[in-house]
Design a protein around this ligand. Structure first.
Ligand code: CMP
Length: 216
């Protein structure tokens, strides 16, 4: 967890206390860490892997975020005793996660205003993104919505290759992309096919490759 942007600039001794309170565990792909509505008394920081944050009913799912190395989650229910999880979390790719109990984390926060400010900044960023998503869902047609989601994925998680394209290193199905943009799988597949024909994107072993980042 020392390498997380959250703890950038922290000194060795700041960590000594925290290290004893943090647990590291491996979670295989498909593990449901918690479900919306569960009571939550711990939060997580991702060392490696991918975690899907989502909400669902019997027939549909909406993916709120895909989180990776350095991201944290589960802090919302944890801030106040008795609060429940605002969304569910599933391990999309086998992950190593650090976790800490609310009691220990809140005590640490009280001693570390710098960390409080970083958390506040990260929360503001999430709110900014969520507002952007409300705007997109309300005002944009499906194609620009898909393009914006791809852009967001490439900015947050993408690796630029020598030829200028960007690879998003998360295996994504059309269904998952549909759950990110609030559309049906069929409608999303149609647009993905046309984007592939236009050579704006391609899929390489289920990884999204953005061939023309300038057009997103
Ligand atoms: P919590 O409510 O404890 O459990 C679900 C977690 O998902 C929540 O805390 C946040 O950490 C995370 N989360 C919820 N909504 C979003 C979002 N829009 N973007 C990123 N993470 C989120």
């Amino acid at each position: 967890f020392r390498n997380s942007p959250l703890f950038e600039g922290y000194k060795q001794e700041d960590f000594r206390l925290l290290t004893g309170l943090i647990r590291e565990r491996r979670y295989p792909q498909g593990t449901i860490l918690f479900l919306e509505g569960d009571l939550g008394d711990e939060c997580f920081l991702i060392k490696s892997g991918t975690v899907k944050i989502y909400r669902f009913d019997e027939s549909k799912e909406v993916i709120l975020a895909l989180l990776r190395k350095g991201d944290y989650f589960g802090e919302m229910a944890m801030m106040q005793e008795g609060l429940t999880r605002s969304a569910s979390a599933e391990i999309l790719e086998t992950s190593y996660l650090y976790s800490i109990h609310r009691r220990d984390f809140l005590a640490f926060l009280e001693q570390n205003p710098k960390l409080c400010i970083r958390l506040l900044e990260a929360t503001m960023n999430r709110l900014r993104k969520a507002n952007e998503q409300i705007y997109d869902l309300t005002l944009l047609d499906l194609k620009p919505r898909i393009l914006k989601t791809m852009k967001r994925l490439s900015l947050e998680h993408g690796d630029r290759t020598a030829d200028g394209s960007i690879v998003v290193p998360i295996k994504l199905t059309h269904q998952q992309l549909a759950s990110m943009v609030g559309a049906t799988r069929v409608a999303v597949t149609r647009i993905i096919n046309s984007l592939q024909k236009e050579q704006i994107i391609k899929f390489d072993k289920k990884l999204l490759v953005i061939l023309r980042p300038d057009l997103l």
